[in-house]
Ligand binder design. Structure first.
Ligand SMILES: Nc1ncnc2c1ncn2[C@@H]1O[C@H](COP(=O)(O)OP(=O)(O)OP(=O)(O)O)[C@@H](O)[C@H]1O
Length: 591
């Protein structure tokens, strides 16, 4: 079975401990027959036998020894159970610790395609609830299965050794019990798969709601969000109840069958005692160990329930475990080369799944050049620049950096050479200093300040009570949109990359600040090819060349002056942005 194989593989390092736990389980469970056996001896020798009274006075030592043995074995079983718990707990915790790290690395190593197709809430459920379910199963469910089986087998062997016929009478109910359990398992299995899906939806809704709390509040949609959550909560609760109800359909039968053991023992066993076929002591042994047959039968339902949950959870974990990114980051480059920064798009076509968003793009950028990309929303600008650091791979054609197809470059090295300030600014819950130095943790304090100055962020940062040590909240809570953009720009500059990509990075800053940033970018101390996506003519005007994208194609290309002269899309944008405010921007972007 695949699941067992997977567990065994991942137990590496704790296999011996786990096997010891299994052996201890078998030993502890098989010792359950010892006390009923001693009990049988006590009853037959000192209570019910014809010479019981005489034995009481002549064999006191034997009686005391038997009683002490009973206590001794009980203590031994408790000690062994303690050790067993410890081994199960340790081995399962250790294994999950390793698997969790592995999964976390796996998720970290996934490409954008993976994140496009997997919900955060679902991944969180896999990393928490599913892992815990698997751990619980490999420790406690396995223990329960082993102990149930061993106790059942030990009781059966012991009973057979006393009286075969009586044992067979007791077993008469077994086929019905197994049949009931089988039907239950068949019915409940799809329910646990559904239950697992509902849990993931519930977590996704919760996660999205917390992450998007500002939007919710801005639109006063709390009530709607509560309704949405309630719906998912109700679905989850219903799925849970449905699975539980199925158990209730079968539980009365299993319970009745289990109770049936006592009735059969009373009837058949009673007759056997009256006929002197078995002794009182043997009857007592049957009676005290009857739970060894009935309890495993009762537990079948719980075990099946948990096994189904375990399979549903394990399958989810295995999805992550074996998911291989199409674009893998090998972390192989020990020494990273600094590129010149030459970029070429050679007949590039790109599709998301089957939808074409870039169509036969040809574009060359020389080292040190500044290129602006403009175009209507959804025209493919972000998709285009995503191909340079290989967030996605082209569907057709090639993207070349310094003349080499990016698919042939060492991914770590390539990304190390590309500084990027994305459209959706994400800052970590860390100090501003930590956020700026994120890509270059060794950056000296003075350089952090320098980068902030270049990004026109130093002034507002130094006005904060704790300056660069100010902790910004999750996603940059506590900062304005323009401030976040400037920190993101400083972060991209801090790695001093030979290729700098700015995706609408100055859209939220005022024109004066933007001018400062543009001046800084022109005067960078390191050589740098700049690709700037922008909607404002004031941003693009200074670029060496401007490309206009429309519907995934380059429709215009040239300098600010050339494009104005063309009287096409760029000219229209220019007129729209300047007419309304009654001013003109010349070829150098100056008013
Ligand atoms: N991860 C994705 N999966 C599927 N389709 C996507 C994805 N990202 C973008 N698209 C689609 O690709 C097209 C181009 O999107 P892209 O983000 O490149 O446009 P853009 O020009 O950068 O737009 P904007 O100016 O609004 O940022 C759009 O139609 C968009 O719906």
């Amino acid at each position: 079975m695949f699941q067992i194989k997977w567990l065994w593989q991942n137990l590496k390092g704790d296999r011996a401990r786990y096997v010891i736990a299994l052996c201890l389980s078998v030993l502890t469970a098989s010792l359950t027959v010892v006390n009923p056996y001693i009990g049988q001896q006590i009853v037959d020798t000192f209570i019910s036998g014809s010479s019981a009274l005489e034995n009481l006075s002549t064999q006191k030592t034997l009686l005391i020894t038997l009683c002490l043995s009973m206590i001794g074995f009980s203590l031994l079983r408790t000690g062994l159970a303690y050790l067993t718990y410890m081994q199960y707990e340790r081995s399962s915790q250790n294994m999950m610790y390793r698997v969790r790290i592995f999964l976390y690395n796996k998720i970290q190593g996934q490409d954008m395609h993976y994140y496009d197709h997997n919900r955060t809430g679902d991944l969180m459920t896999k990393m928490t609830g599913d892992l815990e379910m698997v751990r619980h199963s490999m420790a406690w469910i396995v223990k329960m299965i082993i102990e149930s089986l061993v106790v059942f087998a030990a009781a059966l062997i012991y009973f057979f050794s006393i009286d075969v016929q009586l044992t067979l009478w007791l077993l008469i109910l077994s086929p019905a019990i197994f049949m009931t359990a089988f039907l239950f398992a068949k019915r409940v299995r799809p329910m646990y798969v559904d239950l697992r899906e509902k849990l993931s939806q519930l977590n996704t809704t919760t996660q999205e709601n917390i992450a998007g709390n500002r939007v919710v509040k801005a639109f006063a949609r709390e009530e709607y969000e509560v309704e949405k959550f309630t719906e998912k909560n109700v679905n989850f609760s219903k799925a849970n109840k449905a699975a539980a109800m199925v158990w209730l359909d079968y539980f009365p039968f299993l319970e009745t069958f289990a109770q049936g053991f006592s009735v059969i023992l009373m009837l058949a066993g009673g007759i056997f005692v009256m006929n002197d076929r078995i002794t009182f002591g043997e009857f007592a042994a049957f009676s005290s160990l009857l739970w060894g047959l009935s309890n495993p039968m009762r537990n079948i339902g719980i075990i099946i329930n948990d096994i189904q949950r375990f399979i549903a959870s394990l399958n989810k974990i295995v999805d992550v475990f074996y998911a291989n990114p199409r674009i893998a980051n090998g972390h192989n480059a020990l020494v990273k080369r600094r590129y010149q920064g030459r970029i070429e798009f050679d007949h590039v076509t790109f599709k998301y799944d089957n939808v074409t968003v870039l169509d036969d793009i040809n574009l060359k950028v020389s080292p040190g050049e500044t290129v602006a990309i403009m175009g209507s929303t959804g025209s493919g600008k972000t998709s285009l620049i995503n191909l340079i650091p290989r967030f996605y791979d082209v569907s057709k054609g090639r993207v070349l950096v310094d003349g080499v197809d990016v698919r042939k470059l060492e991914l770590d090295e390539l990304r190390w050479n590309v500084g990027i300030a994305t459209q959706d600014v994400l800052l970590f819950s860390d100090t501003i200093d930590g956020n700026i130095a994120y890509g270059n943790p060794e950056l000296p304090e003075a350089d952090v300040v320098k980068m902030a100055e270049l990004a026109a962020a130093h002034d507002f940062i130094s006005k904060m009570p704790e300056g660069y040590d100010t902790i910004v909240g999750e996603r940059g809570v506590g900062l304005s949109g323009g401030q976040k953009q400037r920190i993101a720009l400083a972060r991209a500059l801090a790695v001093q990359p030979p290729i700098l990509i700015l995706d609408d990075t100055t859209s939220a800053v005022d024109l004066e600040t933007e001018e400062h940033i543009q001046k800084s970018l022109r005067e960078l101390e390191f050589s740098c090819t700049k690709i700037i996506i922008a909607q404002r003519v004031s941003t693009t005007a200074n670029a060496d060349r401007i490309f206009i994208l429309d519907n995934g194609k380059v429709i215009e290309e040239g300098t600010h002056a050339e494009l104005l002269a063309k009287r096409g899309y760029y000219y229209e944008v220019f007129m729209l942005q300047n007419e309304g405010i009654g001013r003109q921007v010349n070829a150098n972007g100056k008013e």
